[in-house]
Design a protein around this ligand. Structure first.
Ligand SMILES: *Cc1c(COP(=O)(O)O)cnc(C)c1O
Length: 430
C-alpha cells in the first residue's frame, strides 16, 4: 500500500492528498532552515543540562512543601542557562500561561504603578488580569493603572509614541511576542530588542516583560537575549515539548523572578516551597524535546500557509515569510469556514478524533470560540490544535503538531472537511 492509499483509508481523498504532496514537495528548503534552528536550540538545551549537571536523582520528585527538591532546582537552572537569564521559576503549580503572566505582573507592580503595553491590546485572558475589561481582583482594583501604545499599521513598534508614553509612573513595560488572536504580525526577537533598547534609552531602570507564549525555540535567540528582564510562558505550549501535563515558567533577572515568586506562593516563602510532585521527568524530557517538537509545529504551519494560500485564502504569516512563533492564521472569511476547518483538525487527532467541536462561550474570551484539539494533554496547543473566535474576519488559528506527519495529516483533513462543505476548490493540475 502506498501513502496515497493510506491517506485514502484515513479519510483523505486522492485529490486532496495529491495536492498536499505537490505543496509539500516544494518546501524542502524551508524545512531545512527550520531544522537548522532546531539543531542549534537542541544544543543549547543539552549544554544547559550538562552544565547544570542534571542527574538521575533529578528525575524523582517531592511532595508537601517540596523543600530541597533537587530536580526542581536543577530544572530551573536549566531554563535559566538556556534562556541566558539569572534565574527562573518553572512549576506545576503555575496552572497556565495566563497564570504565569499574572504572577509576573502582580509580583512586580505596586499600587500607584503604571503598566505600559507597547504591543497594543494584550491577549484576551490578560485583559481581565489587567482590568482592561472590569474583573474582580484585577491589577486595576489594586490601584495599578494601565496604558497602551498600539503597534503601527504595518505591525512595527511606534517608537515616538513609546517614548512619549513613558512617565515617572511607568513601572513595567510589557510586550507580547505572538499575535495571539489579533490580525497582526508576530514580533521578531530582533524587533523586540529594538523596542527594549528604545524603552531603556528613556529610562534604563524600567523593567520589560515579554509574553513569550508560542515563541520559544522558533528563533535562535529569545527576548531574554536582547534585554528583556523577564520572559514568561506556558509549558503546554512550546517549552513543555508535549510531555509537560501542566505548568508555566518565568525566567529573568534575579530581582524580577524573586518578586514573582512571592506571588506564586506567598511573601516570605517565594520559590523555596512548591513540590515538583511527579513532574520532573516530563518537564526535563519535554524541554529536551522542545526544539524538535517546535520545528515539527513550524513545518505544519508553513505547510498550512502554503496550501491555503494556493486555495485563495490570505494567510498570516504568508507562505514565504520568516516565522517568529508557531501560530498560523488563515482568514477563512465565514463562520462555516472556521467550523469546517476545526472539525477537520479534530478528525486527524490521535485522541478524541470521533468528537466534533462546536463554538462555545469560553471563560476569559469575549466572543464564542471554537477549539479543535484531540490532545494527550487537555488544552495543549503545542499539540495539533486549531481555534478561532467567531468574529470577523473569521480567522482560524492553527498551531502545533508533535510530529510533522501528524501536523500534515491535520492540514490535509482540514482541507478535506472544507472541500466536503463546498468551501474550497482544489486547483487543477497539481
Ligand atoms: C496562550 C497565550 C497566553 C496564555 O494562555 P493560557 O491559555 O493561559 O496558557 C498568553 N499570551 C499569549 C500570546 C498566548 O498565546
Amino acid at each position: 500500500m502506498d501513502k496515497i492509499q493510506m491517506y485514502r483509508q484515513s479519510g483523505i481523498d486522492e485529490d486532496v492528498s495529491r495536492f498536499g504532496e505537490a505543496v509539500a514537495g516544494r518546501l524542502k528548503e524551508r524545512f531545512d532552515q527550520i531544522d537548522e534552528i532546531a539543531e542549534f536550540n537542541q544544543m543549547k538545551v543539552i549544554r544547559a543540562m550538562q552544565e547544570s549537571q542534571v542527574s538521575e536523582a533529578c528525575l524523582t520528585g517531592t511532595t508537601g512543601y517540596g523543600y530541597n527538591d533537587l530536580g526542581r532546582d536543577k530544572l530551573e537552572e536549566v531554563y535559566a542557562r538556556t534562556f541566558h537569564t539569572e534565574a527562573a521559576i518553572v512549576r506545576p503549580l503555575i496552572a497556565c500561561g495566563t497564570h504565569a503572566l499574572s504572577i509576573a505582573l502582580f509580583g512586580n507592580l505596586r499600587p500607584g504603578d503604571e503598566l505600559l503595553s507597547i504591543s497594543g491590546l494584550p491577549y484576551d485572558t490578560l485583559q481581565e488580569v489587567i482590568g482592561i475589561r472590569p474583573s474582580k481582583g484585577s491589577l486595576f482594583e489594586y490601584g495599578i493603572t494601565y496604558r497602551q501604545v498600539d503597534l503601527k499599521a504595518d505591525g512595527s513598534f511606534d517608537f515616538d509614541a513609546i517614548r512619549k508614553a513613558i512617565s515617572d509612573k511607568t513601572a513595567l513595560v510589557t510586550i507580547q511576542r505572538s499575535k495571539g488572536y489579533e490580525s497582526r504580525r508576530t514580533l521578531s526577537v530582533n524587533q523586540i530588542g529594538e523596542a527594549i533598547a528604545c524603552v531603556k534609552s528613556v529610562r534604563p531602570d524600567l523593567k520589560v516583560m515579554v509574553d513569550n507564549c508560542y515563541g520559544e525555540f522558533v528563533e535562535e535567540e529569545e527576548p531574554s537575549d536582547v534585554g528583556a528582564d523577564m520572559i514568561v510562558g506556558s509549558l503546554i505550549k512550546n517549552p513543555g515539548g508535549g510531555l509537560a501535563p501542566v505548568g508555566g515558567y518565568i525566567a529573568g533577572t534575579k530581582e524580577c523572578v524573586e518578586n514573582a515568586s512571592y506571588r506564586m506562593t506567598c511573601p516570605g516563602l517565594g520559590a523555596e516551597i512548591g513540590p515538583s510532585l511527579t513532574m520532573n521527568t516530563s518537564f526535563f524530557q519535554g524541554f529536551f524535546l522542545s526544539p524538535v517538537v517546535t520545528a515539527a509545529a513550524l513545518k505544519g504551519a508553513v505547510f498550512a500557509a502554503s496550501c491555503y494560500e494556493k486555495l485563495g485564502f490570505s494567510c498570516l504569516p504568508d507562505a514565504k515569510e520568516g516565522r517568529h512563533d508557531i501560530i498560523q492564521a488563515v482568514t477563512l472569511g465565514s463562520p462555516e469556514g472556521i467550523i469546517a476547518f476545526c472539525k477537520g483538525i479534530q478528525k486527524a487527532a490521535p485522541v478524541d478524533s470521533f468528537v466534533s467541536p462546536e463554538p462555545w462561550d469560553m471563560p476569559g474570551y469575549d466572543d464564542p470560540v471554537i477549539m479543535a484539539a484531540g490532545a494527550f494533554v487537555e488544552g495543549s496547543s503545542i499539540e495539533l490544535s486549531a481555534d478561532g473566535p467567531i468574529r470577523p474576519p473569521y480567522n482560524v488559528y492553527f498551531q502545533g503538531g508533535l510530529t510533522w506527519p501528524s501536523a500534515k495529516f491535520g492540514i490535509l483533513m482540514s482541507m478535506q472537511s472544507m472541500k466536503e462543505a463546498g468551501l474550497i476548490q482544489l486547483p487543477k493540475g497539481e
